[in-house]
Design a protein around this ligand. Structure first.
Ligand SMILES: NC(=O)c1ccc[n+]([C@@H]2O[C@H](COP(=O)([O-])OP(=O)(O)OC[C@H]3O[C@@H](n4cnc5c(N)ncnc54)[C@H](OP(=O)(O)O)[C@@H]3O)[C@@H](O)[C@H]2O)c1
Length: 262
């Protein structure tokens, strides 16, 4: 495909800026806009045959509703949102354009993205999908196609449960009332790795993590599982019977890694 003009709403920062760089390297003409840029959403819709929504999750609905109706059916409307059900539904409802939901499973600071995963949720049209897949594959990314529902279900595990675990560990550490400086004096390598993750979640973009957790409809299910697991191991430890704890860990290991713990 030649003369591809891409407009990225939210392309001045974060994932949008990362995607702009990738597409420029592929020879696309890329226009970006944010809230303070000279170019606005109407300009991007007029100038481009591909429009990408890459704004914070809380602004995504409004932006899709604004830009969707401005695009023709030959254009592609896509997004980079960390959740897929709601944005894909809104893109389909608010535009005649081809629609592909897209979620790169890494952050914009990652230097080498080769072998990282990108999930695509093709929702309308066939013209643009081969082009988009090819862009990612040329850049050594692993492309996986899934429905928005399957994507969000898996993100409830990979993101919501995972970040809930980090947040609860950070909150528990804060409740010990022992300073991090003091804790650090006694730290192990694995604990320092965990502290780095806690710092990232609590200080870099807490809003993104909270949105990822609170807006996923499967989060409560994950919280129930998490609470049950914690209650279960607590009861076994409290019982004073070491074998019960050992057995609980062995049973989980068997489920996760098979009977030989491979
Ligand atoms: N960060 C990640 O690790 C990551 C990974 C995968 C997917 N995502 C997804 O990528 C999307 C963007 O997240 P991000 O972390 O890249 O956010 P970000 O770093 O905060 O960047 C957001 C961008 O959107 C612009 N923006 C904010 N509100 C806007 C509005 N109302 N109208 C137009 N532009 C607006 C910002 O520019 P101005 O501030 O100048 O307006 C900026 O360019 C989210 O949907 C997120 O779920 C993020």
């Amino acid at each position: 495909m030649k003369n591809i003009k891409v407009g990225i709403i939210g392309g001045t920062n974060g994932m949008g800026r990362w995607f702009a760089g990738l597409l420029k390297n592929e020879g696309c003409t890329v226009y970006v806009c944010g809230r303070k840029t000279e170019l606005g959403i109407n300009d991007l819709a007029r100038l481009c045959n591909v429009v990408v929504v890459a704004v914070p999750i809380s602004a995504t609905t409004d932006i899709i509703k604004q830009v969707g109706p401005l695009l023709t059916k030959d254009a592609l409307l896509m997004d980079l949102t960390s959740l897929k059900h709601e944005p894909v539904k809104l893109m389909l409802a608010n535009s005649k354009a081809e629609v592909i939901g897209c979620h790169p499973l890494f952050g914009p600071a990652l230097k080498d993205v080769s072998k990282q995963n990108v999930v695509l949720c093709p929702a309308r049209g066939k013209k643009w999908l081969p082009w988009l897949k090819n862009v990612f594959k040329k850049n050594k990314l692993t492309v996986l196609e899934a429905t928005p529902e399957k994507h969000d279900k898996m993100m409830a595990i990979v993101q919501a449960l995972n970040h809930l675990n980090t947040i609860s560990l950070g909150m528990a550490l804060a409740r010990t009332n022992i300073t991090l400086a003091e804790i650090n004096k006694f730290s192990t390598p694995i604990f320092r790795t965990k502290l780095d993750i806690i710092k990232k979640v609590f200080t870099e973009s807490p809003e993104l993590y909270i949105d990822i957790i609170t807006k996923n409809t499967e989060t409560i299910k994950m919280l129930d599982i998490y609470e049950k697991a914690l209650k279960d191991i607590r009861a076994k430890i409290k019982s004073g019977n070491k074998n019960k704890s050992k057995e609980a860990v062995a049973n989980a290991a068997k489920k996760l890694y098979g009977s030989k713990n491979k």
